[in-house]
Design a protein around this ligand. Structure first.
Ligand SMILES: [Zn+2]
Length: 190
């Protein structure tokens, strides 16, 4: 796993693509929650579920189907009514990407088993071809016993900085687009 805080940072970085000033902050809080929830599977270790099992760590809860299910639940339960500034399809897409980003980041770490992206249809575990992120210990005790600093340094480089760059790029492109499109500018000024 990458550490939970870094998964949330990635979700907030993705959120800048969907951000509008009028959107409730609850959207970003729920998006961050969606990005962290897949690691709920670590409780399975306490009940004898093995790492490589269907319900094991980086198993079904890290799959693309789970991301779709969680995005749907977040939308239906969290936002049963229309939301100003973002239509429901885009809102679902944000929750889906926030959740799915978790598996992709885990698949870029250098330890553990890979990610069951296609569970329940195929429980094969995958890593991405490039996996530079230092894997975070599952145990908090081990995380705070010295290895955590190295993990956070690695995540700063490979998650926090790219998320920040994505946010900056999105803001710049949005400004350029609004300048080039007077109609779009008028729409935002209504
Ligand atoms: Zn994970």
């Amino acid at each position: 796993m990458a550490s939970l805080i870094s998964h949330a940072v990635a979700a907030l970085g993705i959120g800048t693509i969907f951000a509008r000033p009028e959107i409730s902050k609850r959207v970003w809080a729920i998006g961050a929650g969606c990005s962290m929830l897949p690691d709920v599977d670590v409780v399975g270790f306490r009940f004898g579920i093995r790492y490589g099992d269907f319900w094991g760590h980086r198993g079904f809860t890290h799959s693309l189907l789970f991301a779709g299910i969680l995005a749907t639940l977040a939308l239906v339960v969290g936002f049963p009514h229309a939301l100003s500034g973002l239509n429901r399809t885009w809102l679902w897409l944000y929750f889906f990407l926030a959740t799915a980003s978790h598996g992709f980041l885990d698949a870029m770490t250098n330890g553990g088993l890979g990610v069951a992206f296609f569970s329940p249809f195929n429980n094969t575990r995958f890593f991405l071809p490039c996996h530079p992120i230092l894997v975070s210990p599952i145990s908090l005790t081990r995380f705070f016993s010295g290895r955590g600093a190295a993990v956070l340094r690695s995540e700063l480089i490979w998650i926090w900085i790219p998320a920040g760059l994505l946010a900056v790029l999105t803001l710049v492109l949005r400004r350029v687009f609004l300048r080039a499109s007077p109609r779009a500018k008028n729409v935002t000024e209504v």
